[in-house]
Design a protein around this ligand. Structure first.
Ligand code: ATP
Length: 140
């Protein structure tokens, strides 16, 4: 059987279907590290961490910020069920910057009931949003 040359990519969150595209390559923020996916990839199920996702159509890369969820990889199909996902161009930069400042302040002066893991995730989400939003501006 011939190997597939394209991947059908779907990215959905609990409230919307964000991406449905035929793509050539994807990089997914897997909990154990970034996963590079080309057509014909071995089937795989993985959880997602807070990170940057990109997919490539021709020469053009499209970037999203992702926070948690699952990915199902099949040779010709990738489905992302993300808790949170935002396209680079939809990220509110001022909001992400404010979230980063709040998160950093919490680390600088931890409150008595400091929840380290929650603070770490909030900081990571703000940093990934800032990084992904910057990609939208530079068209990397
Ligand atoms: P904040 O502290 O600014 O509210 P948060 O990390 O607590 O951010 P989330 O719980 O991750 O926010 O997300 C809540 C909703 O707001 C989601 O739908 C998410 O996509 C959206 N959202 C959060 N921050 C941004 C942003 N900077 N730009 C665009 N959408 C955002």
């Amino acid at each position: 059987m011939a190997l597939p040359t394209k991947i059908q990519l779907e990215i959905v969150t609990p409230d919307r279907a964000l991406v449905r595209e035929e793509v050539e390559e994807i990089q997914v923020p897997g909990a154990e590290g970034y996963l590079g996916v080309l057509p014909g990839h071995t089937p795989l199920l993985a959880t997602l961490k807070v990170g940057e996702l990109w997919y490539r159509i021709g020469q053009e890369k499209h970037f999203l910020a992702i926070a948690g969820g699952f990915v199902e990889i099949l040779p010709d199909r990738v489905t992302i069920l993300a808790q949170i996902a935002e396209r680079a161009q939809d990220i509110d930069l001022a909001r992400a910057e404010a979230a980063r400042k709040r998160a950093e302040a919490r680390f600088a002066q931890p409150p008595p009931d400091f929840d380290f893991e929650r603070a770490r995730v909030a900081l990571m989400k703000s940093l990934v949003r800032l990084q992904v939003a910057a990609r939208a501006r530079t068209r990397a």
